[in-house]
Design a protein around this ligand. Sequence first.
Ligand code: NAD
Length: 408
Amino acid sequence: MGIEATQYYIKHAVDMLDISDTLAQSIERPYRVVKTDVTIELDNGQLATYTGFRVQHNNALGPMKGGLRYHPTVNEDEVHSLASLMTWKTSLLRLPYGGAKGGISCDPQLMSSGEIERMTKTFTGKIKEVIGPYKDIPAPDVNTNAQVMAWVMSEYSKYQGFSPAVVTGKPIFLYGSEGREEATGRGIVIVTENLLKLDSKPLAGARIVIQGFGNVGYNTARIIHEKGAKVIAISDVNGGIYCAEGLDIPALKSHYDKNRTVKGFPGSESISNEQLLVTECDVLIPAALGDVFDRKLAEAVNCQYIVEGANGPTFPEADEVFDKRGIKVVPDILANAGGVTVSYFEWAQNIQQFRWPLEKINAELNNYMVDAFDRVVKTAQVKKCNLREAAFLIGIGRVIKATLTLGL
Ligand code: NAD
């Protein structure tokens, strides 16, 4: 999702708040943009150069926080947009953070583990002055994981001393947190359950369709399946599968681990990603990349609810159609905030040099998600707006108040 769509949502919320155009523009703009060449030696001895970005959007409410993405489509515009979303997300959840995002334009599927390690460490070396436990704290996103975070931590620590709090989403034995890997999925399930509750519907038995089978898609599928909902269709980059009775998610995971795709899962019907998005269901959960719903697809979807696991899946013109059709959409900055919330718990544990058990992590995650969900629903009722407008209103409102109180 480019910055234009995010700016549209910001402008829309700002119009509902009584603030000057200058202040509105200043909160849209990033605090700092880093663009840097990342040159490494490939396994075959040749050199390759990738372009890396870190966009630090806003720090009015705390050190900046946001993921690191490795994908061929990464560009400055998209990273800026994702960094801005992080500012509103952390503010909405009342986490002590601002927003940032990073990415490297590369295709990690074509790279060896050693090449990814060298690229990660070279990039970290280039941004080491501007990140840190009290400046900017990266975390995993598309095609990055606990191993990549360990490499960032290792390179940063070379210069600053042992610093686990510089990244979150680390391996648990290297001061990562219990529950972090599944946190985004768990948060999505908490939100989905509460959304259905608003209409007095149970989660058990609800028909769910999920786009994506990575960290977010898989963990959402696993937890929602454990709670008795039926995942009737799911996909990855290679295509999707459908089963009207509901897929057996643990068996699907074993199939995926063997074949690196959900396709060909015994007892399922093969469908395309396009078919998946218009499959009839109760809840549709995009959990892959952004830019999914345009006006045409918004007219075609066949669901009652959309819970945005992915960041930036919906264009503004699609939102209008969803409103008109009475489809309730839980926006990304609320729906997928479980990841950054448990990242906050991980950072707090690192700083205190203490460990929380999983039960405490999950209980606190539930408190944060339900609290934010309730505030968004209440604001939407009071302001007579949709859930996205309400979420942006709350997120932007807190940042503006902090900016004005701290002094420009
Ligand atoms: P991931 O790399 O683990 O998984 C991405 C998944 O999307 C893979 O299954 C891939 O096959 C699939 N995919 C890619 N292109 C696709 C396409 N065109 N059609 C269908 N599937 C496709 O990434 P992730 O961490 O699961 O992130 C997914 C989304 O969730 C991203 O938008 C990310 O920004 C967002 N998100 C992630 C986290 C987190 O904690 N990892 C937190 C908040 C939001």
